[in-house]
Design a protein around this ligand. Structure first.
Ligand code: CA
Length: 236
């Protein structure tokens, strides 16, 4: 089989962390590239056009957030923030600036690899997404979103979502595996003027969980990223 390795740019100034990531990536068939500073990273990003960027926010020469802004001026390459910063504000800012996802340190290999797979899958489906409306079926465990019928099923039972609830579930399904911020969801669903109205979102999510989750307090399909947003489980 002809397999072209995907290039992953690791932007990380701590040697032990970057070599840990590099080892995991090599072992899983990726081609890692290493940068220790923002300047180095920017040069490599432009010269090598990596398939995914893993970005530490605390860099010696600049804030990683600044780097997201510069890269987004010319590229849509998936950027996964890998940071020790646990402040929700930093995560939200990174995502709003155009980062695709984030992983909080310390993290395990499987978590990192899952995020990379999700990012690559979204790149592949993006071109198709832009041409046609979402069609087909999303499936994860007992949950099925039928985009043609605009219906959601759990264990083959129609869960009878309202229009708003369906829009929310279908949006999360479209970006399954990825965290979507509250503001992003609100803008997508109800337009720019609804910005900041988290109450509608919370009420809709509570109703959705009552309909689709066996135990709404411990969701199996749609997870809350506290203070940041929601994430749908990865599809099959
Ligand atoms: Ca650092």
């Amino acid at each position: 089989m002809n397999h072209i390795k995907e290039t992953i740019l690791i932007i990380e100034d701590e040697n032990n962390i970057s070599s840990f990531m590099s080892t995991i990536l090599t072992a899983n068939g990726y081609d890692p590239l290493l940068a220790k500073t923002g300047a180095e990273a920017f040069a490599l990003a432009t010269s090598h056009c990596p398939d995914v960027i893993l970005l530490d926010l605390g860099l010696p020469d600049m804030d990683g957030l600044q780097l997201i802004r510069s890269i987004r001026e010319w590229s849509r390459v998936p950027i996964i923030v890998v940071s020790a910063r646990t402040h929700e504000r930093d995560k939200v800012t990174a995502l709003d600036l155009g980062a695709d996802d984030y992983v909080t340190k310390p993290f395990g290999p499987s978590e990192l690899l899952a995020r990379i797979r999700t990012a690559l899958r979204h790149v592949r489906s993006r071109a198709a997404d832009e041409r046609v409306a979402q069609t087909g079926v999303f499936r994860a465990g007992g949950l099925v979103i039928d985009y043609d019928k605009r219906r959601v099923f759990v264990d083959e039972q129609d869960v009878h979502l309202t229009q708003n609830e369906y829009k929310l579930v279908s949006l999360l399904g479209k970006y399954a595996g990825r965290v979507l911020t509250y503001d992003y969801i609100i803008r997508e669903l109800w337009g720019p003027n609804a910005k900041g109205n988290n109450q509608i979102l919370r009420v809709n999510m509570a109703n959705i969980r009552r309909k689709i989750e066996k135990n709404p307090a411990e969701p199996a399909y749609i997870f809350t990223e506290v203070g940041v947003g929601y994430r749908m489980i990865e599809g099959e």
